[in-house]
Structure formats: C-alpha cells, structure tokens
Design a protein around this ligand. Structure first.
Ligand code: ADP
Length: 330
C-alpha cells in the first residue's frame, strides 16, 4: 500500500520538477535562439557593406547553415539536460516520497499493532466467558450454586474488560490534554493515596508520604491518574507487609515526585520496555499474580510527556523500584 503511495507521490514530485525544468528550458532556448538570430543579423548587416555581392551570398548561405546547426545543438543540449533532470529528479523524488511517507507509515504500523494487541487482550476474557457459558448451558443439571459461580466468574471477566476499555480510552485522551492550571503535588498524592488505600490495606502495605508544598503546571485529573498508576504498581508488585514511600517537592523550576517500593523489582533488560503499550515485564508472573494489561506505564508516560516533564525509573531485582517524575512549575 505504501509502495504504491510512494510511487504516486514520486510521480507528482517528478511532474512538478519536470514541468519547471521544461518551462525554464523553453524560456532559455527562446532567449538563446533570439540572441543567435540577432548576432547573425548584426554580422549580416556588417558583411553586407564589406563584402562583394557573390561572396556575401555565399557567406549568408554559410551563416544560415551555422545558425541551423547551432539551433539543433541547443535543442539537443536541452533534451539531454531534461533527460538528466528526469533521471536524477526521479531518484530524488522517490527518496523524498519515501521520506515523506515514513512517519505516516510508522504511525500506521503503530496503529495496526495497537489494534491487534488490543483485540488480543479483549479476546482473552471474552473467550473465557464464552467457554464458561457454553459449558454451563450444556450441563442439564445446572443448579443455582453453579449458576451463581458462573455469574461471579463472568462478572470478574466483565470487570477486566471494563478496566481495559477505560485504560484504552485514557491512553487516547492524553493526546488532547491542555495542562496549564497550577496543581499542588500534596493534593495529588493525597487523592491517589485515598484511591489506593483499600488495595494497600488488603496487602497490609504502609504508604508513607513526605511531600513538600509545590505547585506544578498541569491537568489535575491526569496528574492524579499518573500518581495513582505509580502507586498502584508499587502496591501490586510489592510483597505483603512492606512499605511504599512517596516523597516530593521543588526541584529546579518545577517539582518532583518519587515513588519507592520494596517490591520484586524489574530486571535491567526489561527497564527500557516497561513504558511500551501492553508490555508486561514477566508475562507468566504478572498474568497470574497481578492483573494488568501493561498499559499503566504507557499512560503514565503519555501524561508526563503531555506536561513536558519526564519520568525516570531505577530498580534492583528483589529489593524494589523507584519511579521519579519531574514536572514543570506553575
Ligand atoms: P501492568 O498493568 O501490567 O502493571 P504497567 O504498564 O503499569 O502494566 O507496567 C508494565 C510492567 O512493568 C508490569 O507488568 C510490571 O512487570 C513492571 N512494573 C511496573 N511497575 C513496577 C513496580 N513498581 N515494581 C515491579 N515491576 C513493575
């Protein structure tokens, strides 16, 4: 598809180059031809008065032949020149067309991969639900207890689908962010902590916070989501009875927040990929233990980028991870 688009674009680029080249060649030819004709006329005028009549006739005959030869040389030169423009312009146009299309091609590939990853993720809970329902329907002795169990399990899958749909939507929404109001780092952490209090309580995880007063420029809802994602991960990937600490405050002209956990950590080889969509550092481990689609950190990165900030991670397998975000000040 992109190959034929590149050829079409090459054709249009080349058409523009060739029409310009032919136009200029025609203009230059016109002027050069005029100049030649004028020269001939000037010389004719001069020799007319200097030479005897028979010699002058021979001379004009010769001049006409010379003029015709010069004109045909000029034409041949212009044809060769335009052929050279055609060949080199064709090569350059094709290279330019490929270059123009490359970002579109990459974004198309990205979109395709995203759609296929998303549909794969959607298919998994749907297939699980379908199988359970089909088995239950084939069971003629289905009693109330089994039906309840089935509904409970289906509800879990529906919740997963819903969270996936919400994450996908959130990923998309970050593109249209206009982050420009002053937001307090303290408030962000307070709200995120409240949101995840239940999850932390279930694992007996203590959340310690030490955030100094600092205003950053941003969109409060998205920044709360950002802190919630980091805190949620810290809880998800930490053992029971551990501590997650959040510190923050001013840093340069902006602010920073650091989320430190005592969890399983992330292998160095996996660190560069954890911000990719649908990436889970260890699929076998994460699918069974912690539920996630590998979208949290990609949403986090999008939010940080939309705020012109940056995010850093450092981790030691077995001892824990540290995620730090830097945001511009208000
Ligand atoms: P998920 O929904 O799977 O948590 P994320 O995009 O939030 O997706 O994270 C990507 C992967 O990075 C996770 O699957 C996990 O393996 C790893 N990860 C993220 N945060 C942490 C953390 N605090 N400790 C250990 N591993 C983490």
């Amino acid at each position: 598809m992109f190959h034929s688009a590149a050829l079409k674009l090459t054709f249009w680029y080349l058409a523009i180059v060739m029409s310009l080249s032919i136009c200029f060649s025609a203009i230059i030819y016109h002027f050069a031809d005029n100049e030649l004709a004028q020269n001939t006329r000037r010389q004719d005028y001069f020799f007319n008065s200097e030479l005897p009549s028979p010699d002058f006739r021979n001379y004009t005959q010769l001049r006409k032949q010379q003029l015709a030869a010069s004109e045909s040389h000029l034409k041949a030169d212009f044809v060769v020149f335009n052929l050279m423009v055609l060949v080199s312009g064709g090569i350059a146009s094709y290279a330019l067309a490929r270059r123009t299309l490359r970002p579109i091609e990459e974004s198309h590939e990205h979109q395709k991969r995203f759609a296929s990853d998303a549909s794969h993720e959607l298919r998994t809970p749907l297939t699980a639900m379908q199988t359970e329902i089909e088995v239950a329907l084939r069971n003629k002795k289905l009693n109330m207890d089994s039906a309840r169990k089935l509904l409970g399990s289906n509800l879990e899958e529906v919740a997963k689908l819903r969270s996936l749909a919400e994450s996908l939507l959130s990923l998309d929404n970050q593109d249209s962010l206009e982050p420009d109001s002053p937001v307090s780092l303290k408030d962000l952490v307070r709200v995120a902590k409240e949101r995840l209090a239940k999850a932390a309580e279930l694992k007996n995880i203590a959340i310690e916070t030490d955030v100094k007063a600092c205003l950053v420029k941003g969109d409060e809802k998205s920044l709360t989501e950002l802190v919630s994602i980091l805190l949620d991960n810290a809880i998800k990937y930490s053992p029971k009875k551990s501590t997650v600490s959040i510190t923050g405050g001013k840093r340069g002209k902006g602010g920073f927040l650091k989320v430190v956990d005592q969890g399983q950590g992330i292998a160095q080889a996996e660190l560069p990929h954890i911000f990719d969509r649908f990436y889970r550092a260890d699929p076998s481990r994460n699918k069974s233990k912690a539920e996630g689609y590998g979208l949290g950190l990609s949403i986090a990165r999008k939010i940080v980028e939309a705020h012109k900030g940056h995010i850093e991670v450092s981790s030691v397998v077995g001892s824990g991870s540290t995620f730090t975000i830097f945001l511009p000040g208000a």
